[in-house]
Design a protein around this ligand. Structure first.
Ligand code: XMP
Length: 509
């Protein structure tokens, strides 16, 4: 495995992605990690990441100097390289001006890290400070027009420094450079596969849970579904999945969860039908935040009540992913697993004093999908688009009633069917419909109609932080609109949402 020391760069997760794509396991840890923990992790090499600080700032991040005495290869990137230069006796100059953007790297010496790379290759720079003298024993192996020491190596110690960012797409040969570090320098083996992960995760879960019992809030989303499959493999029926049908789900969702997890995988699934409770509490509520709070609170109540019925539960499983862990850690300075309040089943149930089990906490989303595939999860669930915890309630603007839910469900089913048939489902971040609290006049046959308006929203995004409305083909939009108006009684107008996030959000409420 490779250990990445997190000096705070926005690109850190990309470094980890690149290493894992090369089939080498890696972990990102804060610079406060102790040397004993590093030794216990037994990495084959270290990567010191970039970061926004200048090594001259008094509280710039530092890592134990003993890492340089472990005899392990070390690659410093950007701030990581400057840090290395600074503590090993070289010289870094405070910059007056940042260097940012494309540059041409000229490789100046034969080095393991540049094996197979062309003599001149584009690279991406993003730094303030500059190295003016490398530490003793280091050779300069690459320069750009503005940065004489863009790459350096200490071949005996196997220490490397890169001022540019090999992990970003703007450094086209960056993947190859990182692979050289992993395989030519560190001698890593390509052992990181989903099969090996399953073996290890199952073993760890068995050790943790021992002969105890564990509960999991199953939503049918990919994260909780994969968590369920993995833990079922580890502890069988000592895992109880609780699925709450809040009556705010899309067409066929509750039935599908039952069919997949209870009937196909033979899991211990508690299917709680709570439609009445949710709808009753939402009666007359129009304010989006109040809707969210009511639904969140009702969910916790029902989940706790169900959980209490299972005697001797000691563990609560959650489908927390690696980006959540890294982000919450960077934001709060400590490695505590803060659970996002946004999450559907986050932070449950505090009063029961359960220990958390989070078997996916070192995986990225695409790895979770691969894992789902390895564990036999149906394609439908593997590729399911994100769906908010409060469900259709926040896609029905205004009053949420049984009748309005039925309309939106039909509309949404048609939309998704057409999006899938046109091959867009996997490409889009989300596609959904919103029922507006407005009516408009139309004409059907010879009759005047006065019916509901539905908005269709489809967005592209990589992380939901920003999103752009999808430029769907007009023929597809035409088919969607035709089918909705013809097939769903009560709708006579369809509009397409052409707003991006920011300033709009993805969901309407
Ligand atoms: P917004 O509307 O904030 O949504 O741009 C960003 C992403 O988060 C999803 N979303 C939720 N997911 N519980 C969730 O699990 C929620 O309460 C919730 N609200 C929004 C939304 O679908 C989008 O992908």
């Amino acid at each position: 495995m490779i250990l990445i020391i997190d000096f705070g760069s926005q690109y850190n997760q990309l470094i980890a992605r690149r290493v894992r794509e090369a089939r080498v396991y890696c972990r990102i840890e804060p610079p406060t990690i102790s040397i004993d923990t590093i030794k216990a992790l037994a990495p084959e090499g270290l990567i010191l990441s970039g970061g926004p600080a200048s090594i001259y700032e008094p509280d710039s991040p530092k890592v134990d100097f003993a890492i340089f005495q472990l005899g392990l290869p070390i690659l410093g990137i950007c701030y990581g390289m400057q840090y290395m230069v600074h503590v090993l006796g070289g010289k870094v100059r405070r910059a007056e001006k940042r260097e940012y953007g494309h540059a041409q790297l000229k490789i100046r010496a034969d080095s393991a890290i540049f094996r197979g790379i062309e003599e001149t290759t584009p690279c991406w720079m993003s730094h303030g400070d500059t190295i003016i003298k490398q530490p003793r024993g280091f050779n300069i192996i690459g320069s750009t027009a503005n940065t004489r020491i863009s790459a350096m190596e200490h071949p005996q110690k196997r220490f490397y420094g890169l001022q540019f960012h090999p992990e970003v797409v703007h450094t086209p040969r960056g993947k190859a450079i990182l692979r050289n570090f992993l395989f030519e320098v560190c001698g890593c083996k390509k052992t990181w596969t989903m099969k090996s992960f399953v073996t290890q995760a199952v073993r760890e879960a068995r050790e943790t849970i021992a002969d105890g019992k564990v509960i999991l809030g199953l939503s049918g989303g990919v994260d909780s579904s994969v968590t369920a499959l993995l833990l079922h493999k580890a502890v069988g029926r000592r895992l109880t999945c609780i699925f709450v049908d809040n009556g705010l789900l899309r067409q066929n969702e509750p039935e599908q969860v039952k069919a997949v997890f209870k009937e196909h995988f033979k899991m211990n699934l508690r299917f709680v039908s709570a439609k009445q409770g949710f709808l009753g509490r939402l009666k007359g509520v129009q304010d989006p935040e109040r809707k969210r709070k009511i639904i969140g609170r009702a969910f916790i109540e029902i989940f706790e009540k169900e959980a209490r019925k299972i005697k001797g539960v000691g563990f609560l499983a959650q489908g927390t992913l690696y980006p959540d862990i890294i982000e919450s850690r960077s934001a709060f300075g400590g490695p505590s697993a803060v659970i996002k309040s946004h999450h559907n089943v986050g932070g449950l149930p505090k009063k029961m004093k359960l220990s958390l089990v989070e078997p996916l906490k070192h995986l990225f989303k695409d790895e979770v999908r691969q894992l789902g595939k390895t564990l036999g999860l149906p394609e439908d669930l593997i590729w399911r688009q994100p769906f908010p915890g409060p469900g259709l309630a926040i896609r029905i603007i205004g009053d949420v009633t049984r009748n309005r839910l039925a309309i939106l469900r039909k509309v949404d089913a048609i939309l998704l069917e057409e999006i899938k048939a046109a091959g867009f489902y996997k490409k889009l971040w989300q596609a959904f419909s919103v029922l507006l609290p407005l009516k408009s006049v139309g004409i059907m046959g010879d009759q005047r109609t006065y019916e509901n308006i539905v908005a269709v929203r489809a967005v592209n995004s990589t992380d939901a932080m920003t999103a752009d409305w999808a430029r769907l083909p007009q023929t597809l939009l035409a088919r969607i609109s035709n089918r909705i108006i013809n097939e769903v009684r009560g709708v006579n107008r369809v509009v397409y949402d052409i707003s991006s996030k920011p300033p709009s959000t993805i969901e309407w409420e």
